[in-house]
Design a protein around this ligand. Structure first.
Ligand code: HEC
Length: 271
């Protein structure tokens, strides 16, 4: 007889099961965050992944927040503040003022064209209610020409320092999650080759995902697809492992048997 998770004392199985439930909840909330923040109400496309890491030369911060296709509820939708009276059915004023700003950006944000833009942002619009000194968004001030030029520059993507910190944090978390779930899956009643494939998909997926960030930041298209592929591989593999481990400790491998991926009784352990 070989040791199985199923043989653990009840409190240990409870702990393993609760761990998997929380990890699954973590996955769901991570997807929801992506959906709400990065995708602005839909899942981010590979295009958005490209822009995040590599930047989009044709799209400045002002383009992003004055994008009329953003849902009204998006925390990044700033165009409403161009016209305090705007409603979803009367966006004419917003559109006209937005054109003043974006035409100026398209012209290279010259100092001599600043005055009409200043009027739109500061006199007609409410931008400084939050982007002024001492206000909620004082870290992105919109007080002077120099301030506004900073959000009128082409996107540069993620800066190397930010990227490194993100890689540092994520790699550790990815490695710990893949290790714990991998060992637990290997100790369940699931067939060896299934467990091995999932372990490989989780670790390789994490490495490919994070490696892809750097390649996308440096070289742009088409490396963003590698990011998506790696992320999907890690996410799918860890989700499946969590479900299989949960199946093991809660149901004694009921689903694994139905799915025909349970180790047959008496199967010899490979050395
Ligand atoms: C009610 C407060 C408020 C008002 C009014 C407001 N903003 Fe914002 N702004 C925010 C907040 C909060 C964020 C951060 C949103 C986020 O990224 O989640 C933000 C983000 C931005 C950003 C992106 C900054 C970055 O570095 O990512 C720009 C550009 C911006 N606002 C421009 C404007 C403009 C232009 C106006 C006026 C038309 C305006 N904002 C009016 C609160 C406000």
């Amino acid at each position: 007889m070989r040791f199985r998770l199923l043989d653990l004392p009840y409190p240990a199985r409870l702990a393993v099961g609760a761990f998997c439930v929380l990890l699954l909840a973590f996955h769901v909330s991570a997807q929801a965050t992506l959906w709400a923040q990065a995708g602005g109400g839909s899942m981010p496309s590979t295009q958005e992944v490209l822009w995040k890491y590599h930047g989009n030369p044709a799209r400045t911060k002002l383009h992003e927040v004055l994008d009329l296709s953003l849902p009204r509820s998006s925390p990044r939708a700033m165009f409403w503040y161009l016209d305090p009276q705007a409603t979803p059915d009367s966006l004419e004023t917003v559109e006209a003022r937005r054109a003043v700003v974006l035409d100026w950006v398209a012209a290279g944000a010259p100092r001599f064209g600043w005055e009409p833009v200043r009027q739109v942002l500061q006199e007609q619009g409410l931008c400084r209610e939050c982007h002024g000194a001492g206000k909620e968004m004082a870290r992105v001030p919109l007080d002077t020409y120099e301030d506004v030029v900073k959000v009128a520059r082409p996107g540069r993507g993620m800066l190397p320092g930010v990227l490194l910190v993100s890689a540092h944090n994520h790699l550790f978390a990815f490695a710990v999650a893949a290790l714990l779930l991998g060992v637990l899956t290997a100790l369940s009643g699931v067939r060896r080759f299934v467990a091995s494939a999932l372990v490989l998909a989780a670790f390789a997926g994490a490495a490919i995902d994070v490696g892809g960030w750097f390649l996308t930041a440096a070289a742009g298209d088409p490396w963003q697809k590698v990011v998506v592929l790696g992320g999907a591989s890690f996410g799918l593999a860890t989700t499946l492992m969590a479900l299989l481990v949960l199946d093991e400790v809660a149901l004694g491998g009921w689903f694994a048997k139905r799915l025909r991926i349970a180790r047959p009784v008496g199967e010899r352990d490979a050395a």
